[in-house]
Design a binder for this molecule. Structure first.
Ligand code: 3SL
Length: 241
């Protein structure tokens, strides 16, 4: 039977065998929500990079530059990390270079997987439908915050495990823990997240609308896939079915 596991922080990823596994990268507040939004709104490709320097260099080479640190847009770049800024029709068919505090590092650290895809509440059902049909193991890779585990990504990973029911065998106790957490909070996710340190950080920055948007189920049907250097919209030929 195929197995599912959850890596709660990119600092723990060395403990997992990625080679034969589809990895779902999760940073619901806000990197994977912004990526999903951009791809759904017609951005051609998003290149995640770890440093501001790499992002600046790619901007000079013609990419749109998106950079966030500590929740704030970094000066000198075109975009920060708000999903609303990724809806701009002027971004259609463009290439974006993107660096964020945790999300883009988590993407990079997922390299070596059979396939890397992007998960968020915004594309929840599309993601679940794909995972259900996959013939291989799945790892949900949560971005957390600077190496620490966070509530919102763990809850999302729990929602995925809960939604997949008994289709996968649990490879460790973490899927059980996360699914139980989600089961407990599922009817009131917003109030559950009032205790999240990152929610408080974003609220301090006046980003309540971003939080509300990122918690919407199924705004989009796309599954962004990270291949080579770029994230693009998954095509039929990308599907490992
Ligand atoms: O850490 C990240 O990658 C970001 O998603 C954090 S923030 O929501 O932009 O603050």
């Amino acid at each position: 039977m195929k197995k599912i596991d959850i890596c709660l922080s990119p600092d723990l990823i060395h403990q997992y065998d990625l080679g034969s596994t589809v990895v779902v990268v999760i940073d619901v507040l806000r990197a994977t929500s912004s990526i999903t939004t951009g791809i759904a709104h017609g951005v051609r490709a998003i290149r995640p990079v770890e440093t501001l320097g790499e992002c600046r260099e790619l901007k000079l080479q013609g990419h749109i530059g998106a950079a966030e640190r500590g929740g704030k847009k970094v000066g000198g770049f075109d975009l920060g990390n708000s999903p609303f800024s990724f809806m701009n029709p002027e971004l259609e068919d463009t290439k974006i270079a993107m660096t964020t505090t945790n999300g883009t590092i988590t993407l990079k650290k997922s390299k070596g997987a059979l396939q890397i895809i992007i998960g968020s509440f915004l594309n929840f059902s599309a993601l679940l439908t794909y995972l259900e049909r996959l013939p291989c193991n799945v790892l949900l890779h949560c971005a957390g915050w600077k190496g620490k585990i966070n509530l919102e990504d763990t809850l999302f990973a729990g929602a995925v495990v809960f939604g997949l029911k008994q289709m996968f065998e649990y490879a460790s106790d973490v899927p059980v823990m996360a699914a139980n957490l989600y089961r407990h909070y599922k009817d009131n996710l917003k109030s559950a997240l009032e205790d999240s340190s990152h929610v408080r950080r974003l609220l301090d920055l006046g980003l309540e609308k971003d939080i509300e948007f990122c918690l919407k189920f199924d705004a989009y049907k796309v599954i962004p896939v990270y291949k080579g250097e770029y994230i693009t919209k998954m095509k039929l030929s990308d599907m490992l079915l």
